[in-house]
Ligand binder design. Sequence first.
Ligand code: NAP
Ligand code: MG
Length: 498
Amino acid sequence: MTDTPDATTRTGDTSTVDLTTPTWEYAPAPEARSLAHIPTTRLFIGGEFVDPVDGGTLKTVDPSTEEVLAEVATAGPADVDAAVRAARSGAETWAAMPGRERAKYLFRIARLLQEHARALAVLESIDNGKPIRETRDVDLPLVAAHFFYHAGWADKLEHAGYGPDPRPLGVAAQVIPWNFPLLMLAWKVAPALACGNTVVLKPAETTPLTALAFAELCREADLPPGVVNILPGAGDTGAALVAHGGIDKVAFTGSTEVGKAIQRQLAGSRTKLTLELGGKAANVVFDDAPIDQAVEGIVDGIFFNQGHVCCAGSRLLVQESIHDEVVERLTRRMATLRVGDPLDKNTDVGAINSAEQLERITALVAAGGDEGAEAWQPACDLPDRGYWFRPTVFTDVQPAMRIAREEIFGPVLSVLTFRTPDEAVAKANATPYGLSAGVWTEKGSRILWMADRLEAGVVWANTFNRFDPTSPFGGFKESGFGREGGRHGLAAYLDLAF
Ligand code: NAP
Ligand code: MG
């Protein structure tokens, strides 16, 4: 190992601060790509892998190399209809089964997920572009945890506070995005099954592989036919599923734009709906916060998963008196982030999921510069092929700028300042979104005061981006409605007529 000084400097008001940072030159530590097993790439309907009747195919690529990983069958309207019918017939046995029996299947799936965790982590990393350190240490452990947690509820639903004999809704249509493909599947499928529903799930167009691998695990677990159905496809497959008259529930995670369209489409129908949509979270740092810890939280908040996180701490609100110090320490820390091969165990920031998303990030960053904010990026080399974006921080940001208002969904942080707690709350809430927020302060009373006033479904205190299946997650305002996880999340999958 040799230490190489990074050549980054930053010009302050009175002096040039040398941010020369000794960073270790690590030897490559790649996880074996051969561990990933490409699953069967056909539709999973009624417990079988089948060819589409009126669908087509899509190619899914590794965004870090642009290599095509697989050609995957997609579902057309007739396939959607077949899957909904299979789910309806599966619902008869599944809903009638005692909770303790359903729990056995969920426990079995959870254990299979753990057994196959390493291969699934590699598969997720190559299909999505996210670092193996995250798929291995965050995504997969949480995926298994969601199934274990909900297996525990399956035979205790009458104690959940939803009446003496809570009943399932029936067939749930579930549409998920590409940023946490298998984890979003777990958030949707585990509570639905625990409550006695059956599901038809559409994974995102760019990341269908781990959902198909999950279908293989359902077969290995001997899950009764029709309980889980997986239909890869693009937006039109999602639209056909949501529009199908035979479903009882729609659970959608994705953009606010598509969420609103689904809400309009279902208005007046008896189909129950939950929406988990976008965000523009404020991460609020007070002058009494432990700054080094806060800097780690800021980095986790926006650079975790390349910033492809609905609850990312994309707006940093710093108390004015510590602005310069926080920005200096933050840029110093950013200069040590390792951007590159998602399968390298040293990588902190992987590839952007698609060319389309890279274009969107690039356009919003250009708008930030045009509107007068100042961008800073560490001087890191990017691979020649694939979709990449350097971690970026904007200072001199005004609340009216697009980078302060719009969800960028990439590794881009906008820094704003405040003087008083009231101003922090006003600025944090000045967004149509309301998914999450962070507060950094030594004072417990201030944490509670802030949490009371922040319009956000989750408020993290002296941490950020922590997830747990026991804790409900969901939004306010244009970030959606309904909760996933915890006791509250069960309500989304139960027929609560009382
Ligand atoms: P998106 O375009 O809304 O897509 C989400 C899913 O909906 C995908 O499977 C998509 O298929 C499908 N879809 C597209 N058009 C549809 C339609 N008209 N009817 C039904 N389904 C349709 O969102 P995205 O760009 O993939 O994901 C990023 C967004 O998700 C961000 O805004 C992020 O904040 C949000 N998100 C929210 C949460 C949360 O829990 N609140 C979690 C993760 C992500 P295709 O893949 O073919 O487009
Ligand atoms: Mg892909």
